[in-house]
Design a protein around this ligand. Structure first.
Ligand code: HEC
Ligand code: HEC
Length: 352
């Protein structure tokens, strides 16, 4: 009996000993001292709040940008976030429904990654509560990156570069999905578009053509009545509305998240900046052109018990614009184009 005890003690010591012996020396990183990043907002843009602990740093933003462009987040390392949020397509996808890993088609149209810092809820149906929370979804979505976070966390922790980069950004090299979310969120908060002709006109640096000017006035009065939901510098109230696309719903939108019947057919108001890059339009990509969108608001509204009270002309089927007014409105919408945003070197693929 005594011998057995000694044997057990010795073998435990042995396990302990070899355990320690095998343990690698922890890597030594330069001291944790991230560089704060100062963001300058475009003219007339409101301030936004950054949640405590998510302050912008050069290291965090650079890491987020790499993760955004790295297919390592998908099951077979073939598809990055940027695969569906392409710079030249306004960080959205001009395909009708994006292709996930293996070519499966998504259920909704991709949304542009732009001016997210002011948002509170993300996705067409608002199922994500913060920018960092949003990041958790596509990685595990069976129609998108088809992976699982345990696998991705392992992969990143074993990677030759990422642990050091997470240490530089967050003071720890234990990579978790939450930190991946925080890093990508930092990068996304810097992706601000506010340098269009419309902005230059507000700053008295440019002039609208007469047609654009008429479109601007239609947009901002009850004549076309767009400003109620797409007003302000962001061209979205960041809220949810039913804009009269359907009376029978295959996609109930916000109601699927809140469980409230009154939210049926409510979707997040998209920004109207950079529309010329982000076609097709609406949550299901049903409209290919801005002319089709304007026709919808002009005479295509479908009245239903769920339509938003802010669709002031729901009973009349729309705002009823003349052909000239439609052209003017489209001309104005095109002044919201910001090529400096999609071409900004800071937002391009860092691996190229
Ligand atoms: C397969 C294509 C695809 C991939 C890959 C993908 N997305 Fe998306 N993204 C979409 C689609 C489609 C939507 C809208 C889905 C919905 O609302 O249900 C969306 C929505 C979003 C939104 C919401 C924007 C808003 O205004 O609410 C953000 C932010 C976003 N994606 C960022 C990312 C990030 C970060 C990654 C990588 C971790 C990623 N996406 C990977 C297709 C994709
Ligand atoms: C009651 C609020 C409301 C009003 C008023 C409104 N919209 Fe919208 N708009 C929305 C919502 C919500 C969506 C997304 C709907 C969806 O996809 O189901 C949307 C989508 C759009 C889109 C598609 C953008 C994209 O990225 O897919 C365009 C373009 C647009 N609206 C332009 C206009 C114009 C022009 C007017 C005025 C004629 C207008 N909207 C009036 C709420 C509104």
């Amino acid at each position: 009996m005594k011998n057995l005890k000694i044997f057990i003690v010795l073998s435990l010591a042995g396990i302990f000993w070899t355990g320690c012996g095998r343990k690698e020396k922890p890597p030594s990183y330069p001291p944790y001292n991230p560089t704060p990043y100062e963001l300058t907002l475009p003219f007339k843009f409101p301030e936004f709040e950054i949640p405590p602990g998510s302050e912008l740093t050069e290291e965090g933003i650079a890491l987020g940008r790499e993760l955004f462009y790295d297919p390592i987040l998908s099951v077979d390392s073939t598809l990055a976030c940027a695969g569906c949020h392409k710079a030249q397509e306004g960080f959205s996808d001009s395909n009708f429904r994006s292709e996930g890993v293996g070519g499966t088609l998504g259920k909704r149209q991709a949304m542009p990654v732009m001016n997210l810092a002011w948002g509170e809820k993300f996705f067409w149906d608002g199922r994500a509560n913060s920018i960092a929370h949003q990041v958790l979804f596509p990685v595990e979505d069976p129609l998108e990156m088809k992976s699982d976070w345990t696998n991705i966390e392992d992969r990143l922790n074993l990677h030759k570069d990422y642990p050091a980069k997470f240490y530089a950004a967050f003071g720890t090299d234990k990579i978790t999905k939450e930190l991946v979310g925080k890093a990508i969120a930092q990068f996304e908060r810097t992706m601000i578009s506010g340098n269009s002709k419309h902005d230059a006109v507000l700053e008295n640096l440019a002039f609208f053509t007469p047609s654009e000017q008429r479109g601007f006035e239609l947009f901002n009065t009850e004549e076309a009545d767009c400003f109620h939901c797409h007003g302000g510098a962001l061209f979205t109230d960041n809220l949810f509305h039913n804009n009269g696309l359907d009376s029978v719903y295959t996609d109930i939108g916000l109601a699927g998240v809140t469980g409230r019947g009154v939210d049926t057919g409510y979707f997040k108001t998209p920004s109207l900046r950079n529309l010329i890059f982000t076609a097709p339009y609406m949550h299901d990509g049903r409209f290919k052109t801005l002319e089709e969108v304007v026709d919808h608001y002009s005479e295509g509204l479908i009245n239903s018990p769920y339509i938003d009270p802010l669709m002031l002309f729901a009973n009349e089927g729309g705002v009823h614009l003349s052909e000239q007014q439609k052209r003017d409105l489209v001309a104005y919408l095109k002044t919201l184009t910001d090529t400096s945003f999609i071409n900004n070197p800071a937002f391009q693929n860092p691996f190229k």
